[in-house]
Write a protein that binds this ligand. Structure first.
Ligand SMILES: [Zn+2]
Ligand SMILES: [Zn+2]
Length: 535
């Protein structure tokens, strides 16, 4: 050894920092833990606690993203094959609740009579406000009069959604599917795994790229992606109407290779392929937005913000552009919706039974891409794929993503809630971003009565299991106060130290869990051998 190394030699060694990260990933320790101070309200004792960052994307923190995925997997499998209702019907109101509701109804009647007689209502309005508070305090959910104190719009801008051409049943509150009895008397309750796709925008090859890019309908692809969540919502409404019960689902949205979104759905209960085909064909979502056929402002010629009126002006005429509400009101009864989103005719449907290999394979499918952004699910390897991504991004650039989108200015309409600094083509909305492919909604859509639990409840289940496994006393949350430690604080741990601690905590925890498991195993085998001897 001469002691001399070249730059290349040195770079060939991994850095300690990289090694720590690799070890952290191997053991599932969070890479960016958050430092909290836990203060015991009784004794004043302060502990340093590191909690995981809780990222759901592997690009931010692989161990946390993996944990989030495991939680979703648990949620998905818990609800899929339920054979009892997960949420019991709420009980009737108790006496106190009923009393407040009666008072509230009387106050409303008095108020409306006073108003009709041209008398002041201020005092009664105040009384009504107080009674509403009492009603909430008594434990009732929701408002007695949801329309109260909501600003009234003079004209409805909600356009009609044409009723789909489907058989319609009354939807019963049941959420569990039908049970079937086999010839041998065994009963089973199958569930379904469905995949719905977008329609064709032009032929694609096996790499997902258009055979003829010039005729591929990018504008339609962009709009369908933007409204995909709303379309899925229509689908579930129609599904419930046709099947006649409160169908529950756990769905994830992912891109296909051609970069159009599709949705995988675990659904409780079954339906026939014919029914499904019918529902898909009859499901659509109409988007009643102002027209974007004519580009009115482009390049350097853009509307200017006029502070005094709180809106945008046409720089040539000095006139205020129509507001969002004006533009909606201008849509006439003979106008067509700006876009109608539909599913493609291609779908996939299979029946799945509880506890089968199929069931776990499908759940793996459903959660496969959850730790990735939509745009990261398929890596463009070829020039054709890269160009396909570019062209879709171009189509999304000037497509209005929401009523608040800056792009409305391009078509001579003020976005809803306008503010200064809006530039068409530079909207900050997620849908325009590369990694979202036009879909800005939630990646996992779970119906309310799927497992009867929220993600936090499922997390709590796991925590409770661990606490019991490790034999820890359950911490009383009411006794502690939590504070986040700031960089300027004396006890602040810099990121490198925090990462080390995160790994250290995790290793200790793993050892404790392994030890607890060993003890449980020993107890079990000694019990088995003693019963064996007795026999
Ligand atoms: Zn993390
Ligand atoms: Zn936008």
């Amino acid at each position: 050894m001469t002691g001399r190394t070249t730059r290349a030699d040195r770079l060939a060694h991994p850095t300690t920092r990289d090694a720590i990260r690799a070890v952290a990933e191997n053991h599932g320790a969070c890479l960016h833990p958050i430092q909290l101070r836990r203060i015991n309200a009784d004794t004043g004792q302060t502990d340093q606690v590191l909690i995981p960052c809780g990222a759901t994307l592997a690009s931010k923190c692989p161990p946390c993203a993996e944990r989030a995925k495991v939680l979703r997997t648990a949620q998905c499998s818990e609800g899929w094959h339920l054979d009892t209702e997960p949420i019991a019907d709420p009980p009737p109101p108790d006496e106190v609740q009923a009393m407040w509701v009666e008072h509230r109804a009387q106050a409303q009647a008095m108020r409306d009579q006073a108003e009709a007689a041209g008398q002041g209502t201020a005092e009664l309005d105040e009384l009504i406000g107080d009674l509403d508070q009492e009603i909430s305090r008594s434990g009732l959910r929701g408002k007695a009069d949801p329309a109260r104190s909501r600003p009234r719009r003079h004209r409805s801008t909600r356009r009609r959604q044409d009723a789909p051409d489907l058989p319609r049943r009354k939807v019963s509150p049941r959420t569990v599917g039908r049970t079937y009895t086999a010839r041998d008397g065994k009963t089973f309750r199958p569930s379904m795994f469905l995949t719905l796709t977008c329609p064709s925008y032009g032929r694609v090859d096996e790499n997902g790229t258009p055979v003829d890019p010039a005729s591929y309908d990018y504008a339609r692809a962009a709009r369908d992606a933007l409204h995909f969540a709303a379309l899925f919502d229509r689908f579930t409404q129609n599904l419930r109407r046709v099947l006649g019960y409160d169908v529950q689902y756990f769905a994830t949205i992912e891109p296909q290779k051609r970069l159009a979104p599709h949705v995988h759905i675990a659904m409780r209960g079954t339906l026939s392929r014919t029914e499904l085909r019918q529902i898909i064909a009859a499901t659509y979502h109409q988007v009643w937005w102002p027209s974007t056929d004519v580009v009115r402002f482009d390049g350097d010629y853009l509307p200017v913000w006029y502070d005094a009126r709180g809106g945008y002006l046409d720089p040539a005429t000095g006139e205020l552009l129509p507001t969002w509400d004006d533009a909606l009101d201008a849509i006439g009864p003979d106008d067509q919706p700006r876009h109608v989103a539909r599913f493609g005719a291609k779908f996939d449907a299979q029946g799945v039974l509880a506890g089968t290999k199929d069931s776990s394979r499908c759940i793996g499918y459903l959660t496969k891409y959850l730790t990735k952004q939509l745009g990261d699910c398929h890596h463009p390897d070829s020039d054709a794929q890269r160009e396909h991504v570019e062209r879709l991004a171009d189509a999304l650039r000037y497509e209005p993503c929401s009523p608040m989108c800056a792009n409305w200015l391009r078509y001579g309409v003020q976005p809803k809630n306008p503010r200064p600094g809006l530039v068409p083509g530079a909207c900050k909305g997620k849908a325009h971003r590369y990694d979202h492919l036009g879909y800005a909604g939630r990646r996992v859509l779970v119906s309310r009565k799927w497992s009867g639990k929220t993600l936090a409840d499922h997390r709590g289940d796991r925590q409770a299991w661990l606490t019991e496994m490790l034999g820890l006393p359950a911490a009383d949350p009411a006794r502690y106060r939590w504070e986040q430690v700031q960089p300027e604080d004396e006890d602040y741990l810099p990121p490198g130290r925090r990462l080390l601690r995160s790994v250290g905590d995790r290793l200790q925890w793993e050892n404790a869990l392994a030890e607890a498991r060993r003890r449980a195993q020993d107890a079990l085998s000694s019990e088995l051998s003693s019963t064996g001897r007795a026999a």
